[in-house]
Write a protein that binds this ligand. Sequence first.
Ligand code: GDP
Ligand code: MG
Length: 152
Amino acid sequence: MALNQDFNLPRLERCLALTWESGAQPVVIFTKSDLRENLDEKLALAAPVTLGVETLVISSIKGDTWKYVRELIRPGMTAAMIGSSGTGKSTLLNRLLGGEAIRTNGLRSDGKGRHTTTRRELYRLPDGGLIVDTPGMREFGMWDSSEGIDRR
Ligand SMILES: Nc1nc2c(ncn2[C@@H]2O[C@H](COP(=O)(O)OP(=O)(O)O)[C@@H](O)[C@H]2O)c(=O)[nH]1
Ligand SMILES: [Mg+2]
């Protein structure tokens, strides 16, 4: 989830619930930290939601905080990125792949339209490990109302 207007804690809770339900190990990645839009306030609000979940705060544009993600994905692991369109998933993937390997969701120079990930695609990372880039999802919902986080 991006640390700009995309920031939405109820959506983050739904993403976490879906990830736990899938059997995968969630990691929360807050992107676009370089924008510094009320960063500390947002992270403080998110802390109770991300309790017990590994959380990274990164920029894929400035500095090298994105390297924390590379360290997470070890040989033999398969990672999948989920999150709204425009949060920076493909930009992060390009960093991890070490080049402009795939298209990102930036505005075209004429301001019309966007390049967007349209399919789920699996990539092999240079140092080992696999990662799935997903198209942006408009909404995350629960399959049925009995699903959710139930920590005892
Ligand atoms: N400022 C800033 N912009 C970013 C960052 N990561 C991605 N972006 C921009 O956000 C837009 C959407 O990125 P994209 O990777 O296509 O998002 P996706 O839809 O989640 O794959 C693009 O214009 C990127 O340049 C970041 O860390 N900081
Ligand atoms: Mg994308």
